[in-house]
Design a protein around this ligand. Structure first.
Ligand SMILES: [Zn+2]
Length: 208
């Protein structure tokens, strides 16, 4: 069950439900707003972005953390920066409050190493499947960020993967500051609590 949430302002140019475990990508034009809705709550959304005119100018996790006062968490007013320190997206609305910058993505190798699990879908593979459409591959995956994923860090440096804190209908609005290729993996992870052990659909809306 999904809850009601405020309508996105402006003209909707794209509206799609991304199934559980699936990947997605699209170029978001400068000035357009990308809304990601966690329809059922407790769903991690792994995210990468690239300057649509220069794929080498891509999301820079460490620089984003250093430049923004929000540090390791992404929330309202956080700006996502590229490796050339160009603003890519600005978070203009956020009902969740804390999104992860440091946990990275799940992969087949990690599932095997940490959980002894083989043959499961992963965010890394979802990213590769999307990036292939744009002529990119494994060398083009920088550290990603994770919307609606909660990775608290202790004073001793310890970190936890979840449990997730997002509620049904939580959303984040990202205004594109350049033409940006956005790449999403709706995380299929079932071996830890980042998705509450239950991957669910998300909704993607693009408005201008
Ligand atoms: Zn994942």
């Amino acid at each position: 069950m999904s809850h009601d949430y405020e309508e996105v302002s402006g003209r909707i140019v794209h509206d799609e439900t991304v199934p559980a475990r699936a990947g997605w990508s699209r170029v978001i034009g400068k000035g357009q707003v990308l809304r990601i809705v966690d329809l059922e709550g407790r769903q991690a959304v792994d995210f990468l972005c690239y300057n649509a005119d220069d794929y080498e100018d891509r999301y820079a996790a460490a620089d984003t953390m250093k430049i923004n006062p929000s540090g390791i968490f992404i929330g309202k007013d956080t700006v996502l920066y590229s490796v050339n320190c160009n603003p890519m997206f600005t978070v203009i609305e956020d009902t969740c409050g804390k999104h992860d910058t440091i946990g990275g993505c799940c992969s087949d190798a990690l599932n095997r190493f940490r959980y002894g699990a083989t043959g499961q879908p992963s965010c890394r593979q979802n990213f590769l499947d999307q990036l292939e459409k744009y002529g990119m591959g494994s060398r083009d995956i920088p550290t990603n960020l994770n919307f609606f994923m909660y990775v608290p860090v202790g004073s001793d440096g310890s970190m936890d993967m979840g449990p997730s804190i997002s509620e049904p209908g939580d959303y984040i609005d990202l205004r594109a500051e350049m033409d940006v290729l956005a790449v999403i993996s709706n995380c299929p992870q079932i071996n830890n609590p980042v998705n509450d052990y239950n991957p669910t659909p998300i909704r993607i809306i693009v408005a201008e």
